[in-house]
Ligand binder design. Sequence first.
Ligand SMILES: C[S@@+](CC[C@H](N)C(=O)[O-])C[C@H]1O[C@@H](n2cnc3c(N)ncnc32)[C@H](O)[C@@H]1O
Length: 298
Amino acid sequence: MMHLFDILNRTAPEPWSEAENLPWNEPAFSLRMLNEHLNQAHDAASRRLEIIDQHVQFIHSWVLNGVPSRILDMTCGPGLYLERLAQLNHVCYGIDYSPASINYARRQAERALLDITYSLSDVRVADFRSNWDLAMMIYGEFNTFRTADARRVLQKAYHAIRPGGRLLLEPSAFEQIRRTGQRPPSWTTYRSGLFSENPYLELSEAFWDDESCTATTRYFVVDLETSAVERYSSSYQAYTIAQYSDLLQSCGFTDLQYFVSLQPARLQEAVNIQVSTSVEQANLDTLDDFIVILANKW
Ligand SMILES: C[S@@+](CC[C@H](N)C(=O)[O-])C[C@H]1O[C@@H](n2cnc3c(N)ncnc32)[C@H](O)[C@@H]1O
């Protein structure tokens, strides 16, 4: 267990050395995280439903042309996308390693008699099954993987997609990760929250490593009754558009298209920004936001 004094001796972390990620897969943490996923006051873990409805419309009408399809969601969380896609007659398979999210997703699917299978597993090692028309990973989790793991996930997705099928990724633009790593330190108190049900003080700091282009965020969570301290860290790999393209092409994907959002209202803007010149690439790299990549397997 850490004590308050231990904070004094901290050093800048090596990316991923303190933790692989936030403990999404720990039962108690995952239950608290589920509240954040379902909270309609913010977009912290999943987007609010009114935004997800628009994304689902984009996926259904634009990516899948309204044709009933087989969809794999890698990191599906509580199934908010798959639930809606299954209602539009798609056959869905969701993988996530958060027990509370998968339990919630299964309950929702059973209640509504939807054709969705969920697997509680780690996408880095999970069996992706085969013959998917679409494999997707939505809302940034891609960047929390070390590059070797990200590549492994992409290779597995490539094999699991049928010839002619597609991949939909929503990772962070380069600048979004850099800004994350350059955020100033801050502190906040909570009566209860993501890190504990008990009152706590959250001290956060961030690091940007220019050489490896990684950001690491670190939280010290101080129990306000006992002063016990817990440390949480997560690291993020930044990629330029050129690097995303290289990575995806090296895994076999072709015909890459880049968009600025999954929202249909921004589709025209997105279509105009399909990356064909280095200026457009540079523009996307400087977005402090998520980007959307659509790729084909032929
Ligand atoms: C930001 S949330 C997004 C969830 C969902 N895509 C959405 O937009 O509602 C990231 C999700 O990735 C999951 N996750 C992170 N690392 C994972 C891993 N290695 N294997 C499986 N799931 C993982 C977390 O449990 C969490 O549900």
